[in-house]
Every structure is written in C-alpha cells, then in structure tokens.
Design a protein around this ligand. Structure first.
Ligand code: SF4
Ligand code: F3S
Ligand code: FES
Length: 236
C-alpha cells in the first residue's frame, strides 16, 4: 500500500528554517518506519539524513518524533502509526541536518553525573560481590540506551536546556543505588543543583517516551528522595 510520509527537512546550506517534504512509499503494514526511510534514501532522495546503526532497538541512535511522539524508527511498524506519517527530529537539541540533531549537549549532561562506578578500594582476589536484592535496586535503570527520547520529550528541557534532563538522572540512578559504588554523595551534590533533579515537574512525558520501558519519573523521584536524605536536607 502507499504510505504518505511527511518529513521535516532542514539543510543548513540552503534553508533558513525547516520545511516539510512529502514522499509516497510503497510499504507493508509490518514494515518499520526505518525501512521506509531507507527506501527514500536509497531509491528516491539520497540527501535525506538520519541516524541509525543497529536497527534493532539497541543502539539508541534513531530516536525521532513520529506523529507527535518520540519513538525509535527501528521499533515502530507502519500499522502502529497509521497513514500519513509525520516525522520530525527530536526536540530541544540543535538540528544539524534533517532528522539529525547535535547530541553533544545531551552527552555533556550525561557526563556531568559521572556515569561510571566509583570505588577506589581494591576489589581483592574476587570481583565485588552484590546480593540479588541490592542488584534489583537499579535493574531498571541499567536498561538505558541513551537515545534521548526522554530528555527531548520533557517540557522543562524544552524551556530550559540547562536542565540536566531525565536521561542523565536515570544514569545517575544506575550508580547511586549500586551498593558497590562510593560516588553517591558527589553525584547527589550535582543533582541538587537548580538544574538538577528538583527541576523536574513530574510531567511523565519521559516515562511515556522511553522505548526501553524504564520508569523514568520513578527513578527521578528516587533520586530526589535520596538527595534529601543523603545530604541531610531533611531529618527523619
Ligand atoms: Fe532513552 Fe529511556 Fe535512556 Fe531516556 S531513559 S535515554 S528514553 S533509553
Ligand atoms: Fe520532564 Fe519527566 Fe520530569 S518529562 S518534568 S523529567 S517527569
Ligand atoms: Fe539502533 Fe534504532 S537503529 S536503536
């Protein structure tokens, strides 16, 4: 069947702002949006630019706005989004070309929260052990693929790009609740900043947008609570 794709295009060399272009693509209901973009790029218009790598929901590189919602193009089927299909770059980050945005500000925020294990002690002869119960405390946030769908769906981030954003907080959560990590205080000091976790207004867009099903808003609330407890901002 014919699918009408409306794609928001932008070429920095010729455009002052983005403009919509229409493409009619022959597609099956079970084909993915990424397949349709490939058909356009390979057979119709080689100048169409978008990121993708794994094509299986693992690398996080093809987040885009599809019919108004942040999704991974490789995970969404034609039959799930109807016809026509509107595709735009994710919001709140500078557009480089077409569906490609500059991810540097996103990764700068990610780096701020020190997303790696901090423990200066020698692990000894064996690896650092952890009980299954302790492992469960951060199981959900290990699933992040850094696609930016959460951060770029957040209304707070749209209006204040200084907000560290839900993805960075999710990745702080992954280590703050890891019993082997010793960097909790440093991370929470960073996240108690005016641009940290308390900037979240529990809009929940991030949770709806996450293609990995991570309970993003819950993770942010966990971090807020831990910050208050850990930094003695409240006394219980
Ligand atoms: Fe993507 Fe989910 Fe990670 Fe956000 S939390 S970057 S939406 S995988
Ligand atoms: Fe934004 Fe998610 Fe909070 S959408 S306001 S980070 S709950
Ligand atoms: Fe890797 Fe879609 S191409 S997640």
């Amino acid at each position: 069947m014919d699918i009408n794709l409306k794609i928001l295009r932008y070429d920095p060399e010729s455009d002052r702002k983005g403009h919509w272009e229409n493409y009619i693509v022959d597609a099956e209901p079970e084909e993915r949006i990424l397949d349709l973009l490939h058909k356009i790029k390979w057979f119709e218009d080689g100048s169409l630019s978008f990121r993708r790598s794994c094509a299986h929901g693992v690398c996080g590189s093809d987040a885009m706005v599809i019919n108004g919602e942040n999704m991974l193009a490789c995970q969404v089927l034609v039959k799930e989004v109807g016809n026509p299909i509107k595709i735009e770059p994710i919001r709140g980050l500078p557009v480089v070309k077409d569906l490609i945005v500059d991810m540097e500000p996103f990764f700068d925020s990610y780096k701020k929260v020190m997303p790696y294990l901090i423990n200066e002690k020698e692990p000894g002869d064996r690896e650092r052990l952890q009980s299954p119960e302790d492992r469960d405390k951060f199981e959900d946030t290990t699933k992040c693929i850094l696609c930016a769908a959460c951060t770029t769906s957040c209304p707070v981030f749209w209006t204040a790009d200084t907000y560290v954003g839900p993805a960075a907080i999710v990745n702080a959560h992954r280590f703050v609740f890891d019993s082997r990590d010793e960097g909790t205080k440093q991370r929470l000091e960073i996240l108690k900043d005016v641009n940290g976790a308390f900037r979240c207004r529990t809009a929940f867009n991030c949770t709806s947008a996450c293609p990995r099903g991570i309970q993003v808003t819950k993770a942010i609330e966990d971090i807020k609570r831990e910050t208050l407890l850990n930094l003695s901002l409240i006394h219980i």
